[in-house]
Structure formats: C-alpha cells, structure tokens
Ligand binder design. Structure first.
Ligand SMILES: Cc1cc2nc3c(=O)[nH]c(=O)nc-3n(C[C@H](O)[C@H](O)[C@H](O)COP(=O)(O)OP(=O)(O)OC[C@H]3O[C@@H](n4cnc5c(N)ncnc54)[C@H](O)[C@@H]3O)c2cc1C
Length: 419
C-alpha cells in the first residue's frame, strides 16, 4: 500500500490519526557513506532522491546545518517556468517542468503544483518584440509560449491598470500556460520523505565546519555531530556556497551572496489567475490559494549572509506593485522575509564535478532555483553517479567563466542585481 492513499487517509481518520509514520527518520551519523550531500535544501534533497532512485546509490548522507526547509526552499515565492531564450537553459528548465508535472505522483506527496500560467508583461513595443523573439525561440525548442495582446492580458488579471494612461502602459505579454506554482515546503518534505524511504540518511543540525582531505582530494566532512568519510562529497548549499567552499580552501568563485525578500498581503478575493512578472521594473506576483498576494522584486543590492532585508527595497517593490494595481494601495502587508541567494556572474547555474578531486558543486541559482529543483537534482545525481555531466547540464561548468563561455540569458553581463 502506498503510505498516502485515500484508503490510508480513511483508516487513519477512523483511528485517531495515530498510525502515520514519521516522514523521515532521525538516524545517527555513520562513519562513512558512498556519497555525502552537504545542504538539505531543495537541490540537496532532490539530488539524494534521484541518486537513490535512478542510480541505485543508497548509502547517502544529507547533512543539513539547520532543519529541512529552513533555507530558501522554504522562503521562495514558488514560481515555476521554462520560458528561457538560450538552448543551454531551455532544455534544462523544460526537463524540470516535465518532472514537476508528475512530481506529486512520483513522490506520493501532494506538492500542490498548479499550472496557472506564467506571464511576462511587456511595457512598450520594444519589450513586446523582445518577448516575441523569446516566445519564438521557445516554440522552436518545443516549449509552449503564446504572445497575448493587452486585452487578453486584462482578462487574465482583471484589476490591473492596463490603460494607456497607466504609469507604465502594458502592451501585451508572453504567456507560458504550463508554468505556475507549487507549495515550497511540500517539495522539501516530499523529496526528504521519498529519499528516506530509499535508505538515504537525512541528518539535521549537522553543520559542516570543515572538509577532510588527502592532499587536494576531498575525503569527507567534519560536522558539528562528528566526522564522516566518503569517496564523493557534493556541496549544494545555495547562498552559503562561498562560506562552505572556503572551508575546503576555495576562496574565489564566480558567486556573490545577496538577500532577496518576499512579501505576502492579507487575503483578498481571487482576481489574479496566473503568475506574472512586470517588465517595467522588477516585480513578480501571484495570488495564493488562501487569497494572499505573494510578490517580490530585486535583491537588496549588497553582499550579505543575513536572511533579512531592508526598507529601501520594500518601498521600491511596493511602489511598483501599486503602480500596476492602484486599487490595492490600502491592502495590508502581513509578512515579509529574506533568503540568501547564490547569484552567479552570468545568471546561470553551476552543476559540475570539482573543483577539487572527490568534490561536486551545485550553485548559482540566482532568483530562479526553486523551479530548477527537480532537474537540478536529476542532473547533479547523474553527474555524481557517472562522473560526467548529462546533456542537460553539460554547459553549466565552473570553468566557463575562465574560458569565456558564459550563458548570459539576460544579456546583462556580470551584474548579479540584474539576473
Ligand atoms: C524570497 C525568495 C524568493 C524566491 N522566489 C523564487 C521563485 O519564485 N522561483 C524560483 O524558481 N526560485 C525562487 N527563489 C530561489 C530559490 O528559492 C533558490 O534558488 C533555491 O531554493 C536554492 O536552492 P536550495 O533549495 O537547495 O537552497 P536552500 O534551501 O537554501 O538549501 C541550502 C541548504 O544548505 C544548508 N547549509 C548552509 N551551510 C551549511 C553547512 N555549513 N553545512 C550544512 N548545511 C549547510 C542551509 O541550511 C540550507 O538548508 C527565491 C528565493 C528567495 C529567497
């Protein structure tokens, strides 16, 4: 019997809900594993799951500094899409979206994936041309895309100011109907539970404080709960990449850590039926199933490891939101929080073997690592198991920055704020 089925729900409802098993075990550290995964965020957990499921590697430890869900996997605004221009990104993110489409069934855990569409709002004819180009590139790659007129946009988001006299007049939008949202905690819990059932040890409160080395080769980690050895050690710590890699002696990486904030308002009646990103500034928003407006904008713009932001960006994001929705100016903001972002210098990720022997690195997710969680884990697991990249991640190397082979999706250069 699958643990989470209609039958199990009925049985537990009738027996006081005392029969549920814990979602994942609390195992003690073993002295050695085949693979150590440093970081129990979305990417670390999905890597462990696909390593166990697709490659039969079951002797795995995921060592997490805090608790499962404490990092960005539980802090993001949950937007999922594969609307990229460059082929290096297109096929990777489309693979991710395909995995999302079956994830609840695969994990036997409802991740509440909702394909409500993701729309990029064009402010001005030049931006609409640019979106048309991107939409055409997507369709040539077999990815769904539709260019919407201003009237069509207004139907999807009634209440948004699309008039010609708006502060930033909307000219249309690029829609990917298969994009959408999912419940972020459920994604962490679902992968953790599924990996645990395949034998993966998930060790919480086990911050990695050092690496074990034999010459240059990484042979394990030192954690706050003891030492562990392994032939393969994967570092997947998102915004903490700089700090953790420094412990291994690597202190120059094309990554900057920044804080990104998210905002949630009180609940209002449903009127935003999609996810949208505003091309006039930097604003993305949706409406949660409970009715809250969920939105975010730019990173705070200074390097930090603090998981909280400052008021100037709050003011900036609010002003963009009110420019689009003047009628919402008096809706109350209930909550805001910050997460630590691993901003790469071209806006694209790194999923590669190295940079030291025995080590594997996954980082550089910028604003968009949540949607990548399934494909990132899937391709990283492949890379760790086979010691070579899959076609989907072969361009996401660390040395592309040295070799000048950057994947500058937005054409903005090495400016993290603009990715
Ligand atoms: C406010 C906000 C909004 C976002 N919105 C979106 C969005 O709408 N769509 C989208 O696609 N992406 C979005 N993102 C980005 C996305 O959340 C991240 O790119 C992604 O979650 C990062 O990967 P992760 O889940 O593995 O990170 P994390 O969950 O941060 O995992 C890294 C883990 O490493 C652990 N760690 C750190 N140091 C150590 C150590 N020394 N030892 C052991 N463990 C350690 C941390 O505790 C953490 O749990 C957003 C991010 C933020 C902050």
């Amino acid at each position: 019997m699958r643990e989470y089925s209609a039958f199990a729900l009925l049985k537990n409802a009738l027996t006081g809900n005392t029969g549920w098993k814990e979602a994942w075990r609390k195992p003690e550290l073993k002295a050695s594993y085949d693979v150590i995964i440093v970081g129990g965020g979305g990417h670390g957990l999905s890597t462990a799951y696909y390593l166990a499921k697709e490659h039969g590697v079951r002797n795995i430890a995921v060592v997490e500094k805090g608790w499962i869900g404490s990092g960005n996997i539980g802090r993001n605004t949950t937007m999922i899409r594969s609307n990229y221009l460059h082929p290096q990104n297109q096929h990777f993110y489309e693979h991710s979206l395909t995995l999302w489409e079956n994830l609840s069934q695969e994990l036997n855990f409802n991740v509440m994936f909702s394909q409500r569409g993701v729309m990029n709002l064009a402010v001005g004819p030049a931006q609409l041309d640019d979106f048309a180009r991107r939409g055409n590139a997507m369709r040539l790659a077999g990815i769904d895309a539709e260019l919407l007129s201003r009237e069509q946009v207004a139907k999807v988001i009634p209440g948004m100011d699309v008039s010609a006299s708006a502060r930033f007049p909307i000219y249309g939008g690029l829609m990917q109907w298969r994009g959408g949202t999912a419940r972020h905690d459920a994604v962490a819990w679902g992968y953790a539970r599924a990996a645990d059932r395949l034998g993966v040890d998930i060790i919480e409160n086990a911050e990695v404080t050092g690496f074990l080395k034999d010459g240059d080769t990484i042979t394990g980690v030192v954690t706050k709960r003891g030492e562990i050895r392994a032939k393969k050690t994967a570092v997947v710590v998102a915004g903490s990449t700089g700090q953790v890699m420094k412990l291994a002696g690597i202190d120059r990486l094309p990554i900057e850590s920044h804080v990104l904030q998210a905002f949630v308002t009180e609940a209002v009646k449903p009127f935003i039926h999609t996810v949208a990103a505003f091309g006039g500034g930097h604003l993305y928003f949706t409406q949660s199933d409970k009715g809250s407006l969920v939105f975010g904008g730019d990173i705070d713009g200074y390097n930090t490891w603090a998981q909280r932001g400052n008021l100037p960006v709050v003011e900036d994001v609010m002003s963009e939101f009110v420019a689009l929705f003047p009628g919402l100016a008096r809706v109350r903001l209930l909550r805001s929080w910050g997460g630590l972002m691993d901003m790469s210098m071209d806006g694209s990720p790194i999923i590669a073997k190295g940079p030291l022997p025995g080590m594997y690195l996954n980082t550089g997710w910028c604003y968009g690592g949540f949607k990548a969680v399934p494909a990132s884990g899937w391709t990283f697991a492949w890379t760790i198991a086979k010691d070579e990249p899959h076609a989907f991640n072969r361009h996401f190397t660390l040395d592309r920055f040295r070799r000048g082979l950057i994947i500058d999706e937005k054409g903005q250069g090495s400016t993290p704020r603009l990715h």
